[in-house]
Design a binder for this molecule. Structure first.
Ligand code: ATP
Ligand code: PAU
Length: 316
């Protein structure tokens, strides 16, 4: 059997952190003090070195790719002798539960909107496309949240297709980590951004393992550049447990929280419950459905301890 290492050697240029950091070239850290504070505010553990060493080179690369897509649009307009509807550049971010997809997505959004060529960058998470809680209960899927069958993939593909088509306004459903359910009161409106970042553990999945009559285009058919955030499972489980402990003080403590009963747990009890959720839901989902999609990504970001990136793999 071909090993993962030889597949990666064939498909990707590999960069150690120091080498990747040099590819920032002359991109200045143009963030204003407020933007920097906002980034730190959303995650006080995020180090500034991570932004300069990892994310600035990445924003430079993405700016070049978006520019080449915009050029291609001009070529098409010339060939067709008409002005075509601009289509947003779509970036997807995949990876395990708790790997830091939404943090990565928010850093990229902040950095990419600084470029004058693409100031409007929207961010959508696929959490909103989980079936509503009542449907999951009815289908017996409460212990399968995050598995492919827990998402309304038809709705997700229709959404991304409408955004890609350049529709004036497309609505995305929103998810609440407090009620553990889709929000019924509010939507997110996407109005012809220059770039859309779509973040979720399922964005590289194909549905090819489902019955033939339920197959549809893949999310990746609409994506211009895909990123997979990777880390060893031992680290992921640790990060999941840490976040579960944080939630106990935050989201779980709100009276309307689905997990309100967790808010009074001791550290040991909370750790044991989080470890169990990992071992029975998120770990198996990672191994069965998420990790196998990794080598479809255009870029793999490999994290080590403390969320520090130690290797970057870029498709040849
Ligand atoms: N670059 C980083 N530096 C430090 N901590 C981080 C970083 N990225 C993520 N974290 C922490 O790791 C945990 C998971 O992050 P995040 O919520 O971004 O993950 P996610 O992959 O979007 O998770 P989910 O799929 O469950 O929504 C959080 O506690 C977050 O604070
Ligand atoms: C919403 C998802 C599926 C993905 O972000 C995840 O955070 C989740 O709720 N997983 C189910 C098991 C758990 O509570 O972690």
């Amino acid at each position: 059997m071909t090993s993962i290492n030889s597949i990666q050697d064939a498909l990707y240029f590999a960069f150690q952190r120091e080498h990747w950091a040099e590819l920032r070239k002359s991109v200045p850290l143009t963030l204003s003090q407020t933007e920097l504070e906002n980034l730190r505010g959303m995650n006080e553990k995020l180090s500034l070195d991570e932004v300069t060493d990892i994310y600035l080179p990445l924003s430079r690369l993405l700016n070049l790719f978006v520019g080449s897509k915009q050029q291609r649009g001009l070529v098409l307009d010339k060939f067709l002798e008409q002005q075509t509807t601009p289509s947003p550049y779509i970036i997807s971010i995949a990876g395990s539960v708790a790997v830091g997809k939404s943090t990565t997505a928010r850093i990229l959004q902040t950095l990419l909107q600084r470029w004058p060529e693409h100031p409007k960058v929207d961010l959508v998470t696929t959490d909103g496309f989980l079936y509503p809680l009542a449907d999951l209960k009815r289908k017996g899927l409460l212990q399968r949240k995050g598995f492919p069958e827990s998402y309304d993939m038809k709705m997700l593909v229709e959404f991304i297709s409408a955004v890609k088509a350049g529709n004036k306004e497309v609505l995305a459903p929103l998810y609440s980590h407090v009620t553990y359910d889709r929000r019924h009161d509010e939507h997110q409106a996407i109005r012809q951004p220059d770039i859309l970042i779509l973040e979720g553990l399922n964005v590289l999945q194909t549905g090819l393992d489902t019955p033939i009559d339920t197959r549809r285009p893949f999310v990746s058919d609409f994506v211009d550049f895909s990123i997979y955030v990777d880390a060893d499972e031992s680290l992921l489980k640790q990060w999941y447990k840490q976040r579960f402990l944080q939630f106990r003080e935050g989201a779980f403590s709100e009276p309307e929280s689905f997990f309100h009963h967790y808010s009074s747990l001791t550290d040991d009890e909370a750790n044991a419950i989080a470890a169990n959720i990992w071992d029975t839901i998120n770990g198996p989902n990672l191994n069965l459905n998420i990790q196998p999609t990794r080598e479809r990504a255009h870029l793999i970001l490999q994290k080590g301890p403390n969320h520090l990136m130690d290797k970057v793999l870029l498709r040849k």
